[in-house]
Write a protein that binds this ligand. Structure first.
Ligand code: NAP
Length: 280
């Protein structure tokens, strides 16, 4: 398949954990070369670390990192700072970013309208990755403004594959929905993992043994569900023998309203994401 990023010039603004995961993924997959990438970071030791490790050019000034490639056709600005920094960074980039330059933001809660208003740009992609992106197994939901062309959308997909899977969603509301499901989701899973491991310890397993049993069971169950075309309830029924252990455990989970608790938790996270966006 043709590499649609072969002429792309990504500029990573704020090169922390997520930006590094993305640029490392792009380089590892051979989608871009080190000469194509620029980045910015306020701390000198971090700049040196990134330049040494990836052989990329890292600027101390955000505007300079954008200016380096702004006049090139396939230049893309990636906003990768923490949410509390985005307003200041947008002010720094005002007048530096071209009005028709592609902007991709991974900043949680930063609305397209806010970015567009400050930068005077209408080609904006908003994404919502998650923590497993750090090992290339992320799930990123993304949406974009109408001005982003088909060709640019394909480039966005390729960029996001550096973090794992990607899914285009039609609206920004769906980004808030994905925030509560796939982006906040790892915390739900980690809590379940922790609770099950503790349950194993409670019965008498060592913590290490319990952790291995739980983690491999969770991983295997997910892979099995993904490979099978069966509904989860069907998969569950397959291992629930009448009067058996699964039936006993599921009875207790239903009695404790596990489904309702999960549904309420996801909806509460969604409402929080919407409320945080409105504060903007
Ligand atoms: N991590 C995740 O799993 C995840 C998931 C979904 C969305 N996100 C979003 O991704 C964005 C980045 O997250 P992250 O985990 O990569 O955070 P991070 O590791 O803190 O990366 C942000 C980087 O920006 C640097 N920085 C601070 N001020 C700056 C400035 N004025 N200009 C340029 N760079 C500046 C920070 O430097 P210092 O190191 O000196 O602070 C840091 O290295 C966030 O907006 C977050 O909402 C992250």
């Amino acid at each position: 398949m043709k590499n649609n990023l072969s002429n792309a010039k990504p500029a990573f603004i704020g090169c922390g954990v997520m930006a590094e995961s993305m640029l490392a993924g792009l380089l590892k997959k051979g989608l871009v070369s080190a000469e194509q990438i620029t980045a910015s970071h306020p701390r000198e030791n971090r700049r040196k670390e990134l330049s040494k490790k990836y052989k990329i050019e890292v600027f101390g000034n955000n505007a300079e990192a954008v200016e380096k490639t702004r006049d090139e056709e396939n230049s893309i600005v990636l906003l990768c700072v923490k949410p509390q920094r985005i307003k200041g960074v947008l002010r720094e980039l005002k007048g530096v970013v071209r009005s028709n330059q592609l902007i991709l933001s991974i900043v949680a809660g930063a609305k397209i309208s806010t970015i567009s208003k400050v930068l005077g740009n209408e080609k904006i992609v908003r994404t919502m990755p998650n923590t497993p992106s750090q090992i290339g197994r992320g799930m990123t939901a993304w949406t974009c403004t109408e001005k982003v062309s088909e060709q640019e959308r394909e480039q966005v997909k390729s960029l996001l594959t550096a973090l794992g899977h990607e899914l285009f969603v039609e609206t920004e509301n769906m980004i808030d929905m994905a925030t509560s499901l796939s982006a906040t989701g790892p915390t739900y899973i980690f809590l379940v993992m922790e609770a099950l491991t503790d349950a194993g310890v409670h019965m008498g397993f060592s913590r290490d043994m319990s952790k291995t049993l739980v983690q491999e069971m969770m991983l295997g169950s997910v892979l099995f569900a993904m490979e099978s075309d069966k509904h989860p309830a069907e998969l569950r029924n397959m291992v629930t023998s009448p009067g058996g252990t699964s039936a006993e455990a599921i009875y207790q989970m239903e009695k404790g309203s596990l489904r309702t608790v999960l549904s309420k938790a996801v909806f509460a996270a969604y409402q929080k994401a919407v409320a945080l966006g409105e504060k903007d």
